[in-house]
Design a protein around this ligand. Structure first.
Ligand code: CTP
Ligand code: MG
Length: 230
């Protein structure tokens, strides 16, 4: 098959806000680690060629053995002190390919529908990110006072995956490195050199971040009928 994509999964965080005794991506939901839930989605996607990861140095072996059964696993590279540096390390380590998706290890509920939509869109747009419309009113606040109420119908909450033409993403990362620009997502690097398109995703695609997210995670699996209501 032509025009397949490789995915980079940053998994080298500390999971500090989860306050667990280990990296949150190793916590289990329904007897499977969060990381395996995430990797499974890409293992099962026919358009995905290889799955590459960034890991903490002392967790590389743990991840390798945990992911032995997934035959799309490519490089597992040591991460950096920031998410952006972790992804850059992987991007520099992989062979050139057509498209690169970047997806947080901590988002185990990515749907096949969103993967399909991103895959279709990236072939014509080179740079496409998943997001949902915000549900709450968002205000800009300064010194505990409202500075501005933003127009909600213009606001989107951005998730991963973020999908890019390989050369465009590498150029964006090289430029960020040269300029010492640190962004909060991959698209913010690409926005400095190109336009970025949006694909509407869904509200199940949460990033497991704080302890209550583990309860939301179980609820999502129940909704999908993967675990029984109890
Ligand atoms: N990540 C990474 N390298 C880092 C920081 C984060 O690869 N230096 C990864 C995390 O493993 C996670 C994803 O980027 O899959 C999103 O980051 P986040 O949800 O913030 O996870 P952590 O940084 O681990 O959590 P926290 O910020 O609470 O410490
Ligand atoms: Mg973090």
């Amino acid at each position: 098959m032509t025009n397949m994509y490789d995915v980079i999964i940053p998994a080298a965080g500390m999971g500090k806000r989860m306050q667990a005794d280990k990296n949150k991506i190793l916590l289990t939901i329904n007897d499977k680690s969060i990381l395996e839930h995430t990797v499974s989605a890409f293992q099962n996607d026919n358009h995905c060629r290889k799955i590459h990861l960034a890991a903490q140095r002392d967790e590389i072996d743990t991840l390798k053995s945990m992911l032995q059964a997934y035959d799309k696993i490519g490089v597992i590279t040591e991460g950096g002190s920031e998410r952006q540096y972790s992804i850059y390390n992987v991007l520099k380590a992989i062979e050139p390919c057509d498209y690169v998706f970047v997806h947080d290890a901590a988002r185990p509920f990515i749907s096949q529908a969103t993967l399909n939509n991103l895959y279709t869109a990236v072939q014509s747009n080179k740079s496409v990110i998943a997001g949902v419309k915000v549900k709450d009113t968002i205000k800009r606040v300064q010194d505990n006072k409202v500075a501005e109420t933003l127009k909600r119908d213009l606001l989107w909450q951005i998730q991963t995956p973020q999908a890019f033409d390989y050369n465009l993403l590498l150029e964006a990362y090289n430029k960020a490195d040269a300029d010492q620009f640190l962004g909060t997502d991959d698209a913010s690097l690409v926005e400095r050199i190109s336009e970025v398109h949006i694909v509407e995703s869904d509200y199940d695609n949460i990033k497991i971040t704080t302890p209550e997210d583990m309860f939301f995670a179980e609820a999502i699996l129940k909704k999908r009928g993967i675990i029984c209501l109890g």
